[in-house]
Design a protein around this ligand. Sequence first.
Ligand code: SAM
Ligand code: DTB
Ligand code: SF4
Length: 323
Amino acid sequence: MTVQAVHIEADQVRHDWTVDEVEALFARPFNDLLFEAHATLRRHFDPNRVQVSRLLSIKTGGCSEDCSYCPQSAHYATGLEKERLLAVEEVVEAARVAKEEGASRFCMGAAWRGPKGDDFGVALAMIEGVKSLGMQTCASFGLLSREQARQLKEAGLDYYNHNLDTSPEHYSEVISTRTFQDRLDTLDHVQEAGLHVCSGGIVGLGEVQRDRAKMLIALANLPKQPDSVPINLLIPIPGTPLAETVRPDAFDFIRTIAVTRIMMPKSFVRLSAGREGMSEEMQALCFFAGANSVFCGAKLLTARNASPEDDKSLFARLGLQPM
Ligand code: SAM
Ligand code: DTB
Ligand code: SF4
């Protein structure tokens, strides 16, 4: 059977993707790839509806980890001020405003290797507070033990975000303070606790296309595919080791979205960090290629996002509606 026939036939979710197959997808003519990705999107989703999440950094900067893309790592001089953990009331108020502005999910991120001590108790109270507003809750707190995942579930958490970021092979070029296997273990704990998994990666870390293929294989071949797959375009941060990395070609980024859609047909694919630097036309192609989720709001965790005014105009002109 040809690669094409494998996909067009039926859309069962596959967990046996091979590198050759995925590289063949990347190598297809752009129009063929986008056509198939878009058809896949339409089989599972309303192509004109986009899931909208709002991010908030509940604990900013001073992180012990050395992720070489990150403005919040204490290893690099990025000029970011380290801040205290926010108070529960501040977070719940921010979520209330986000809901009013149209977000259905509120994602709390923390510059931690993983949660510990009293801070974890405060974070659990934040989740309870946001959940009581009737919003979906998401957290991105780093590595989790089995028990921590269970406690998050009990507090009312819906989604846990933990990215694989890149391929197993490229990983050690990017981060040395925790391993690819640590990340897989956290995803396992999250899944076992009955939380929805949000896991994706970053394009633009100096990886080659084969790394992108391998990262997507690591995600798609998980025992259960992530419910949500954020594809971030590196926001180059002055002071980090990746500040001067060459920006990937726009078409390569769009191809990555399309391949993600084909490999994970039933997952939400989120056009995540990096939208601020993208043209409207590039974003429109990403939506056509299968992205159906975004972060809204002027800020991501610490970096700028596409402005709410620009998003409103883009959604209106493309006939997209938030879900
Ligand atoms: N500290 C936790 C962790 O790393 O698991 C959670 C927060 S961390 C900032 C969440 C994710 O943000 C990272 O895994 C990475 O994928 C993304 N990220 C961080 N800095 C970025 C940048 N400059 N450009 C694009 N994505 C970035
Ligand atoms: C994800 O994949 N992207 C978000 C979220 N998960 C936590 C974070 C993007 C961070 C961009 C850099 C910043 O704002 O500091
Ligand atoms: Fe810390 Fe997360 Fe940034 Fe890595 S990505 S330095 S763990 S905040």
